[in-house]
Design a protein. Structure first.
Length: 368
């Protein structure tokens, strides 16, 4: 008997290390934010724009499917009247049905004209049966980067530091070998000889700290430069899709409630990439992929919550081109005369790779 989607996900979570995501433990309760920042509002505006971009692209192209707004959202921000009540209601819903994805995709034959293209404000109890008819839920993330430009810059950076590191290695072995051949320093010779183009990404050593002569100081400085170059090479060099650990729990809760496939879309300002929740679970369940395909970090901008950064190109390209939106500055006056200035986004367009979109949605291109 074929497993349904929820059963497949339930099996996959068994492979996720407990040290990363412990599904048996309740999610950590979030503190109610007390004050919004200009950066927070700009990020929210950017996220809203990205959702609209994806929904419009699908609705403009598809003959048989429709994208509608579903994710819980409001124009209220911390400090506004009524925000605390909205935030608490949102937290309660997370524990009841899980986290709503930003968009739902329906067959047009299942689309409810009376409910329309935005059901984000409708109580979940009213639309539960309707939501179960969706073919997919899409969580839309956005990043203010041009991914092609970023990758080109990172490639050049890595090539430059690799060249410098290998030249420094050669210089040390050619000009300071007599110093390294001393018994208390000879252990550094095999370390240096093991450094190559292939091993730069994993190479590591402790900088000696020699200072008893002019040449030893020079040698020590070369080791410092080599270490610095290797550290630069080993920095994460990909733009990522970044689910928080706590989000993975509430996404699973939503899937458990509705049995609808869940997908993450990452919108850049030149392209869009997508990755399924199944693939995310598969990637983070493989320790060999940590540091290569994904990394685990504390988000200093979000109460130090643990986030998982997955290489966007582990997924597939959903839009091969994005026209950038118009943007303008907005002034918002808060209580006690505090002023916030943020950016809003309008317009733009995403040009879909329909074949890839259909693949990730699990539908035939002719049916789209």
């Amino acid at each position: 008997m074929k497993m349904n989607y929820y059963e497949q996900i339930r099996n996959l979570i068994k492979n996720v290390p407990l040290s990363l995501v412990d599904f048996s433990q309740p999610r950590e309760l979030a503190r109610i934010p007390t004050q919004a920042s200009s950066n927070f509002i700009t990020n929210k505006e950017q996220g809203d724009w990205a959702e609209s971009l994806v929904a419009k692209a699908i609705n403009d192209v598809s003959k048989n499917f429709v994208a509608i707004k579903y994710g819980k959202s409001d124009d209220l921000i911390a400090g506004d009247e009524g925000f605390d009540e909205f935030y608490q209601e949102f937290q309660n819903e997370l524990d009841t049905i899980g986290k709503r994805p930003d968009l739902l995709i329906f067959k047009k034959t299942d689309f409810n004209d009376q409910l329309g293209y935005d059901i984000s404000q409708i109580p979940h109890s009213t639309i539960a049966d309707y939501v179960k008819k969706a073919i997919a839920g899409i969580e839309v993330r956005s990043s203010a980067f041009l991914i092609d430009r970023y990758e080109k810059a990172m490639q050049i950076r890595t090539e430059n530091f690799s060249q410098f590191a290998l030249q420094t290695r050669d210089k040390i072995l050619a000009e300071y070998l007599d110093l390294l051949e001393q018994p208390n320093r000879c252990k550094y010779i095999p370390i240096l000889k093991s450094i190559s183009v292939e091993t730069l990404s994993v190479a590591d050593f402790k900088v000696p700290g020699w200072s008893s002569s002019e040449r030893l100081i020079e040698l020590n400085n070369h080791f410092k430069e080599l270490k610095r170059a290797i550290k630069e090479i080993q920095k994460r060099d990909f733009l990522s899709i970044t689910p928080k650990v706590e989000d993975i729990k509430v996404v699973y809760k939503w899937i458990e409630t509705f049995n609808v496939p869940h997908i993450y879309f990452q919108v850049f300002f030149d392209k869009v990439y997508g990755i399924s929740f199944e693939q995310i679970l598969t990637i983070i369940s493989d320790p060999e992929k940590e540091g290569v395909v994904f990394s685990v970090e504390a988000d200093t901008k979000n109460q130090n919550k643990t986030i998982i950064k997955i290489n966007s190109k582990s997924g597939i390209q959903i839009a091969y081109k994005v026209d950038e939106p118009e943007h303008k500055s907005v002034r918002k006056e808060m209580n006690r005369g505090r002023l916030l200035f943020y950016v809003t986004f309008k317009g733009g367009a995403a040009y879909l790779d329909v074949n890839n979109l259909c693949e990730i949605l699990g539908i035939k291109q002719n049916d789209f």
